[in-house]
Design a protein around this ligand. Structure first.
Ligand code: HEM
Length: 370
């Protein structure tokens, strides 16, 4: 009996390469926002513990104010890759989602609770009330969502575990066990959270809404976190790669199609290493300059882009070794719909750019202002 469900009645409405390109771009942006949320929240909660130190409080408030907006990006940039992933990998992804059904559904209330806690965290900071525990609760919510996503994204690659899970509970009452790739993958995202948020702080240190002293504090903190967690992020990445099956490692090194994903993995290593150097410059020198700010942004986006391309290769090669070839699909492209989609996509990006320019031109309020 074939392992993957055979039912796939509707052909793909666009070429596989186009769907994969759109999935990669939107997922990389989702990951940038996710990492800002996971890391920024933990840093803000930690800093809010030291309310007696004015710089710590100002930085904590500055992060918390932005985190509610970051969350909108996490969610809105999560939807497109979810749609593309379902179209491309539905037979694997739907199956794994059903097998952990109860937990998968619980994702929605957990997200809503996390969102509400984020607002409470920020409001308590603004009101000068103890807020660290609310921030920590919100982080536990976000970390659980991340764990569940890692669980599903790894279970979809393990058809060998599906039958016994379904036999144990058709309602999806159990989480899978025995996958050596799950924990390193989740820890990679968590370490990446503080690393990317370090880069975010380096960016913030260049903002004119901070005083000169605050800028130095933010640059030092951001730089140090980038450097230290950059190293941990690299180690977690190497661990996550080491536990991959031999077929995946060999494919990344030599498969004609996926060599590029292997090279993206090497690019990821190089960009993280460069970011560590930038972190050291900002942290040790307490430097808050425009060029460091924008270098931080650029490196953050490049890291996630390289990571996403490599991760995509790992998924495809794993599935390929189990008989699922994502390229082997019937495609009947409806070019007028694809064209309309692309026009709307570009228009949407244009509207976002305009909104960002409006925010950039808005009157600035100093961060220390309650
Ligand atoms: C607190 C909110 C969220 C967090 C912390 C979060 C975190 C993550 C993490 C850690 C992964 C990578 C999992 C792995 O491969 O190991 C991931 C992937 C993903 N997330 Fe999110 N996420 C959040 C919200 C959302 C939402 C609301 C959606 C959709 C509506 C979404 C859609 C996705 C999709 C589709 C993927 C995987 C896509 C693929 O592999 O092709 N996420 N997310």
């Amino acid at each position: 009996m074939p392992v993957f469900p055979a039912v796939d009645p509707i052909p793909l409405p666009a070429p596989v390469w186009l769907l994969k390109l759109l999935e990669t771009v939107t997922l990389a942006l989702h990951f940038v926002a996710v990492e800002m949320l996971l890391g920024g929240l933990l840093i803000a909660a930690f800093l809010s513990f030291f309310r007696g130190f004015p710089h710590a409080l100002v930085t904590s408030r500055a992060l918390a104010r932005r985190l509610t907006i970051v969350m909108t990006f996490v969610i809105n940039l999560g939807v497109p890759p979810l749609l593309f992933a379902q179209v491309l990998y539905g037979r694997a992804l739907y199956t794994s989602s059903v097998l952990i059904g109860l937990y998968w559904i619980a994702l929605v209330p957990t997200l809503m609770l996390t969102y509400w806690l984020l607002y409470r965290f920020s409001a308590r900071l603004e009101a000068d009330k103890p807020a660290w525990w609310v921030g920590l609760l919100a982080w536990l919510g976000a970390g659980s969502v991340a764990r569940l996503l890692s669980t599903n994204m790894t279970l979809m690659l393990r058809p060998e575990a599906w039958h016994s899970m379904y036999a144990a509970s058709a309602m999806g009452r159990y989480l899978p066990s025995g996958d050596p790739t799950l924990t390193p993958r989740w820890l990679l995202m968590l370490a990446g959270g503080i690393f990317i948020s370090g880069l975010w702080l380096i960016y913030l240190s260049g903002r004119s809404t901070f005083t000169a002293e605050q800028k130095q504090f933010v640059a030092r903190l951001g730089g140090s976190l980038t450097a230290v967690f950059g190293v941990l992020y690299l180690l977690a990445g190497m661990w996550a790669m080491r536990v991959q099956p031999q077929a995946v490692k060999a494919g990344l090194a030599g498969h004609p199609l996926y060599r590029f994903a292997g090279m993206a993995g090497e690019a990821w290593l190089a960009v993280v290493a460069l970011a560590i150097v930038i972190g050291l410059i900002a942290g040790v020198g307490r430097l808050a300059t425009a060029w460091l700010s924008w270098t931080g942004v650029l490196l953050g986006v490049l890291v996630e882009l390289a990571f996403t391309v490599c991760r995509d290769g790992v998924r495809d090669l794993t599935l390929l070794s189990k008989g699922f070839n994502v390229w082997d699909r019937v495609v009947v492209t409806n070019w007028s719909v694809v064209g309309l989609f692309l026009v709307l996509f570009v228009a949407g990006v244009g509207v976002i750019a305009w909104l960002v320019s409006v925010v950039a031109r808005a009157q600035k309020v100093m961060e220390g202002t309650a």
